[in-house]
Design a protein around this ligand. Structure first.
Ligand SMILES: [Zn+2]
Length: 364
């Protein structure tokens, strides 16, 4: 009897909270804005840990209208790196690990920001790492080596992305060939924001925020940057009446999991979840907005394990167990919200994220 009551109580708790949000989400409209949010290294274990530590109170992830399982393997490895995974999501092609926006043989392939721009849509990229890092680079650059940060930064300077925010100033101002990419961008009309406060105050596009020489600080010392920068970037991008494509990354979940650092991972997951909530709120008030939240791969092989093999006990405690300091090949979960979310169900390839965004936002 008691067990039945607990089960019903849990069911009511899980059902009631997301239902209210779903009614607000304008999910039937034609898609005109797509916000792709990538949790770098975020698998189901990381999301489960966040939900458990949140006492099973609803998180932003619980608000999803639809979910899918996403296979992440690359063209040459069952365990992908961030470069190949970003390339798959940005271009629709599986490539070899370490490649950015090119096929295994080095042939460049068009990415979502280029396709969106050609259609007159605004584009934006907001990260917590540095802009020349593998995931953001996958949406802008075309190089065979993800560590070719100098060339990647040049491609950022030439791509005419409307909103750029993250770390990596040194790659724009200390170029080996003597170019000052930041100055070149300012001459083209970019507003430059050297601090996050300058970025929040920027009221026009194009804008480039470079807040650190290389990586931004970890979440425990970064404040509410990602949520605020996400909200500000989306409000700027909404100024384009044709719509926009934005890629927002919770970049440092990956690093925390490489280090098997549970405290930093929880801080990064909480930080990313706050940004996801802001994006979902934006979708609630801007018709035709689709938000996709997905990991590029899982890092750390994180599982939630019981402390006791005796399951007749009422509660024996749990532990969070990392099984590697590298990436794992476990598929990741994709969460979809808002307009067109119902297209994202079942088991898909990471390249299908590109295919569906292209079909919904850009057309054939
Ligand atoms: Zn990654």
């Amino acid at each position: 009897m008691k067990r039945t009551f607990i089960l019903l109580f849990c069911a009511a708790l899980l059902y009631s909270a997301p239902a209210e949000a779903r009614q607000r989400a304008p999910k039937s409209e034609k898609v005109r804005n797509v916000i792709l949010m990538i949790g770098d290294g975020m698998g189901l274990g990381q999301t489960a840990a966040l939900m458990i530590e949140n006492g099973y109170e609803p998180t932003a992830f619980d608000r999803a209208d639809a979910t899918a399982i996403c296979k992440t393997y690359s063209a040459n490895n069952r365990v992908t790196d961030s470069g190949a995974s970003a390339t798959a999501m940005a271009t629709g092609y599986k490539t070899a690990n370490s490649r950015i926006g090119v096929l295994p043989d080095g042939t460049a392939v068009a990415n979502l920001t280029e396709l969106a721009k050609a259609k007159g849509l605004a584009t934006g990229i907001v990260v917590t790492s540095h802009l020349a890092d593998a995931t953001p680079a996958g949406f802008v650059a075309h190089v065979s080596d993800r560590h070719d940060s100098g060339r990647i930064a040049e491609m950022f300077a030439e791509a005419d992305i409307d909103v750029l925010a993250g770390g990596g100033r040194q790659f724009f101002t200390e170029c080996e060939n003597g170019r000052d990419l930041l100055q070149e961008m300012q001459r083209k009309g970019y507003v430059y924001a050297p601090t996050v406060e300058d970025f929040y105050a920027a009221d026009r596009m194009p804008v480039v925020g470079l807040f650190a020489p290389k990586y931004m600080k970890p979440a425990s010392r970064r404040g509410d940057y990602l949520a605020r920068a996400t909200e500000h970037a989306l409000n700027l991008l909404a100024g384009n009446k044709k719509g926009f494509f934005a890629m927002i990354e919770g970049s440092q979940i990956d690093g925390a999991c490489h280090g098997n650092n549970l405290g930093e991972m929880m801080a990064e997951m909480h930080d990313f979840e706050q940004a996801v909530g802001r994006a979902f709120d934006f979708a609630d008030t801007h018709a035709g907005t689709l938000v996709l939240v997905v990991g590029d791969h899982e890092t750390g092989g994180l599982t939630v394990i019981s402390n006791n093999r005796d399951f007749t006990a009422s509660e024996s405690g749990i532990a969070y167990n990392y099984s590697t300091t590298s990436h794992s090949g476990t598929p990741v979960v994709l969460y979809a919200y808002g307009a067109g979310a119902g297209n994202f169900t079942g088991v898909m390839e990471n390249t299908d994220i590109f295919n569906l965004i292209k079909a919904l936002l850009i057309g054939r």
